[in-house]
Structure formats: structure tokens, C-alpha cells
Design a protein around this ligand. Structure first.
Ligand SMILES: NC(=O)C1=CN([C@@H]2O[C@H](COP(=O)(O)OP(=O)(O)OC[C@H]3O[C@@H](n4cnc5c(N)ncnc54)[C@H](OP(=O)(O)O)[C@@H]3O)[C@@H](O)[C@H]2O)C=CC1
Ligand SMILES: O=C(CO)COP(=O)(O)O
Length: 345
């Protein structure tokens, strides 16, 4: 039986713990608040993040990294991106063996704009990690925890490690695909949150399905434009971590990013919305990161740029939509994608 250390007892860490526990793993979950540890261990619930869900008894919570990591063959990181580097530094002090590290967070580090796998590679010495794998795709915690059919993708530079993680998670409710384009999977997962904010905002303004379809389609184009420039495979964005996650996040009321955008579209100030959410909204910081990377790399990302102006510079959302609609005429197909496609096939 494998032991998996899960770092983060929020919605996603808990939902993935249920998948692992269903698969017979010994699951040790790190929670930083003692009352949450007690709730998970004695009531088998995590009411704040997943109300009405009963957790399997083979999920045990601990308030210390040492206890969680002890003897774990796998470590799953499910924290908000902004908390990961500090957590890794604490974790490494307690790690005395070499597990496979899996991360499932969807964002870029504030200030450095690094991907999560880059942070892990920087903070965890090679002697303390067998490899790094990302898990992503269209998967709301609320549905995974109810064992509703879900598909995800796991990606690692070495296919064998992605396959090992596929074996760990796959079951009748949770179907896992593999990919070797870790960069593309991380970028797709992080940047779809920007577009989900935009989709919520459009709905909050009272615009219709046409506007949302436009945001999703052109949003995917700009995500792929930046991702390919950074070195991703173009077809990754046609997969679960690209269009798949974009669909689920832009169209579901489970999405915190969509809900945040919706409230802003209805006229609520960003700070107030974030405070009332009680859970992480990764897309806000990721908008800043992607805007900056796009500027540096001279990649056109009109939706990201307008959202940046709305979130951080007080631009009116309606004006942002008008400016997007009034942009210069352009061709839908981008020759750079064909060039990249030809490079791969
Ligand atoms: N929820 C979902 O459906 C999905 C989420 N994701 C991604 O997973 C990541 C985590 O999101 P999610 O679980 O939803 O977030 P939540 O807001 O639900 O939970 C965050 C968790 O992280 C803990 N935490 C926050 N800061 C720290 C810290 N400094 N040290 C230790 N623990 C900390 C919180 O603890 P406390 O309660 O004590 O504050 C809480 O347990 C995000 O990147 C998200 O995009 C990916 C797929 C699906
Ligand atoms: O990534 C998710 C679903 O795949 C969750 O999205 P939110 O963070 O917007 O809730």
C-alpha cells in the first residue's frame, strides 16, 4: 500500500485525498490548524471546504510536516501558488528520503512569475525528489469529492513517471491521461483562470452566451500564443489542461474565478470580493503575471491586458469590452501555430 503525503487541506487537497483513499492508499494530509486536524480525524469531515462530504477513514490529518512526510512514497502539493515556496522550504527541512513530488496547483508565483514545477526544482534538492509531476484538467473539487465522472491529465518530462502517477490516481470515477508537456499543462491550468474571471465578468455585466463563447475561444488562442512562445506543444491546449479546463471554469458556478469575475461585473470592488470568497482565487495574481510575461516576451494577449486594466487600474469593465470589440481587424488563423505544428509533426 502506498503512502501519500498531501500538503494542503483545502478543497482540492481534500478532494484528491478522497480519490487516493478510494484507491487504497494511506493518506496523510497536512493541515495547519489544529481544529481542522481534529475535525478530519474525529468527524471525518472538512466542512469549511467541502460541506456535506464524509471522508474515508484512511485519510488522517496531522499538523506537522514531519509526521505527514514520514515514509511517504509520494508527496502531493495542493496549496495556493502564493503559499508554495514557503511551504516547500519548511517541508524540505523534514524530508529525509526521496519521494515523487506531484503538484496540482494552477497559478504562477507572484513576483517571480515562475511555474510551480520551477519552484519545486529550485527548493527541493535532487537528493530529496525522484521527479516532479503535474496533475491538471477540468476538475472541480466539489464534483470529484462526490465521485462524479472526471478526467484529468498528469504530465512529466519522463513518461514513466507520468504513468506511475496515472496508476496512483486512476479509478472508475477519475480517469487520468498522460502527457510529457509539463510546461504546456502548467501554463494551460494557470492561464485559464484569467479567462474564467473574464467570463464571469461578462456574465455579471449581463452579456450573453455569444460573448462568453468569444472570450473562451479567443482566450484559448492567447493562452496558446504565450504557451507556445514559452516552449509548450500547441496541441496541449486542445487537451484537458487547455480547452477542457477552460470550458469547466468558464461555465460553472463552482468556479471561484468565475464567481469573482461575476461579482466584479456586478459592480463590487475586487478587495471586497476576494475577502468574501474564503478560498483562493488564483486568476487575479495570474492576470498580473501573464500580463507582465506577455509584455516581456512581446506576445499579444488582448483579453489578459484588458482584464489587467480592470483589476488593477480601475478601468470600467464595459469600456474594456468596448475596447476589445473595437480592436483592428485580424485573421483568425495564426501562421505561427502552423509553423509550430509542422515543427512537431
Ligand atoms: N478547488 C478546486 O476545485 C481546484 C483547485 N485547484 C488548485 O489547487 C490549488 C489549491 O486550491 P484549493 O484547495 O481550491 O484552495 P482552498 O482555498 O480551498 O484551500 C487552500 C488551502 O491551503 C491552505 N493554506 C493556505 N496558505 C497556506 C500556507 N501558507 N501554508 C499551509 N497551508 C496553507 C489553507 O489552509 P487554511 O484553511 O488553514 O487557511 C487551505 O487548506 C490552487 O492552485 C487551485 O487553483 C486545482 C483544481 C481544482
Ligand atoms: O481549476 C478548477 C477546475 O478545474 C477550479 O477552478 P476555480 O479555482 O476557479 O474554482
Amino acid at each position: 500500500m502506498s503512502k501519500v503525503a498531501v500538503i494542503g487541506a483545502g478543497s482540492w487537497g481534500t478532494a484528491l485525498s478522497i480519490v487516493l483513499a478510494d484507491n487504497g492508499c494511506e493518506v496523510a494530509i497536512y493541515a495547519r490548524r489544529q481544529e481542522q486536524v481534529d475535525e478530519i480525524n474525529h468527524q471525518h469531515t472538512n466542512h469549511r471546504y467541502l460541506p456535506d462530504i464524509t471522508l474515508p477513514a484512511n485519510i488522517v490529518a496531522y499538523p506537522s510536516y514531519r509526521q505527514v512526510l514520514e515514509g511517504a512514497q509520494y508527496v502531493l502539493i495542493a496549496l495556493p501558488t502564493a503559499a508554495i515556496r514557503t511551504a516547500l522550504r519548511e517541508m524540505v527541512k523534514e524530508l529525509d528520503h526521496c519521494p515523487l513530488l506531484i503538484h496540482s496547483s494552477k497559478g504562477l508565483e507572484p513576483d517571480t512569475y515562475k511555474r510551480v514545477s520551477e519552484m519545486i526544482a529550485e527548493e527541493v534538492p535532487e537528493s530529496k525528489r525522484r521527479g516532479i509531476v503535474v496533475l491538471s484538467g477540468p476538475s472541480h473539487a466539489e464534483e470529484v469529492s462526490r465521485r462524479s465522472p472526471t478526467t484529468v491529465v498528469v504530465a512529466a518530462p519522463e513518461l514513466k513517471q507520468a504513468e506511475e502517477v496515472q496508476d496512483l490516481f486512476i479509478n472508475q470515477h477519475f480517469r487520468v491521461y498522460t502527457n510529457t508537456d509539463m510546461l504546456g499543462v502548467e501554463i494551460g491550468g494557470a492561464l485559464k483562470n484569467i479567462i474564467a474571471l473574464g467570463a464571469g465578468l461578462s456574465d455579471g455585466l449581463g452579456y450573453g452566451d455569444n460573448a462568453k463563447a468569444a472570450l473562451m475561444t479567443r482566450g484559448l488562442t492567447e493562452i496558446a500564443r504565450l504557451g507556445v512562445q514559452m516552449g509548450a506543444h500547441p496541441l496541449t491546449f486542445a487537451g484537458l489542461a487547455g480547452v477542457g479546463d477552460l470550458i469547466v471554469t468558464c461555465t460553472s458556478r463552482h468556479s471561484r474565478n468565475w464567481r469573482c469575475g461575476y461579482a466584479i461585473g456586478q459592480g463590487k470592488p475586487l478587495n471586497e470580493v476576494l475577502q468574501s470568497m474564503g478560498m483562493v482565487v488564483e486568476g487575479v495574481r495570474t492576470t498580473k503575471a501573464a500580463y507582465q510575461i506577455a509584455q516581456d516576451k512581446k506576445v499579444e494577449m488582448p483579453i489578459t491586458k484588458e482584464l489587467y486594466h480592470v483589476l488593477f487600474e480601475g478601468k470600467s469593465p464595459r469600456q474594456a469590452v468596448d475596447d476589445l470589440m473595437g480592436r483592428g481587424r485580424t485573421h483568425e488563423m495564426e501562421s505561427r501555430f502552423f509553423d509550430d505544428f509542422n515543427r512537431y509533426f
